[in-house]
Structure formats: C-alpha cells, structure tokens
Design a protein around this ligand. Structure first.
Ligand SMILES: [Zn+2]
Length: 106
C-alpha cells in the first residue's frame, strides 16, 4: 500500500471500495482511489512532490508557495532530499542503494 510515498500494510478491505491500512499501529480507513495498491513493495525510490504555502514560522515570506520534493527509500521509508535527477540514490539511513522511479511522481 503506497500512500504519499510511504508504505502501509493493508489490514482489511471493505465492499464499498475502501481499504483499511495500518498507520502507526492504528487502523485507518481510506478510499481505494486515494491510494496506490501494489502487489509488492517497490524496490525503487519513490519521488514525492508537495506544493504548499510557506508558514511564517518556517522563516519564509507569508503566502509564498514552495515546492517540496523528496525521495522515499524503498527499504526503510526514510525521506531524503536530492538534487537534480539522479538515476539512483543511496539511503543515508539504511545504506541501501536503489534505483529511482521517475515513472510515477506521488
Ligand atoms: Zn533506507
């Protein structure tokens, strides 16, 4: 189960198109269309792009739009910054080097 670049185990599926995933040991019901369901965990880095407004507390100008891009390690789900468009990344946390999946931007 892929959701915002992180993987969660599916614990249940309902007839009305919802799936129940486990997030931090708690069951969370989500719509099937909101998440990407895959047969097996990825072996490549997932790229996640988020656009949001800067809050003043983050040191930016209020209302300024920022784009946050990060890669998610397929092995340990660590979020890692990167620059450019690398073919592969090495995780600083688990030391695993994996290909980057550019075909699917979350
Ligand atoms: Zn890792």
């Amino acid at each position: 189960m892929l959701r915002r670049g992180a993987w969660y185990p599916i614990v249940d599926e309902t007839d009305d198109g919802k799936v129940v995933i486990e997030v931090r040991k708690k069951p969370v019901r989500v719509s099937r269309i909101d998440v990407a369901v895959r047969e097996s965990p990825p072996d490549r880095w997932s790229i996640v792009v988020r656009t949001g407004l800067l809050r003043p507390t983050l040191g930016g100008r209020e209302g300024e739009e920022v784009t946050t891009t990060y890669a998610v390690c397929p092995q340990c789900q660590e979020r890692q910054d990167f620059s450019g468009k690398p073919d592969a990344l090495k995780c600083l946390r688990c030391k695993a080097e994996s290909q980057v999946d550019w075909s699917e931007i979350c």
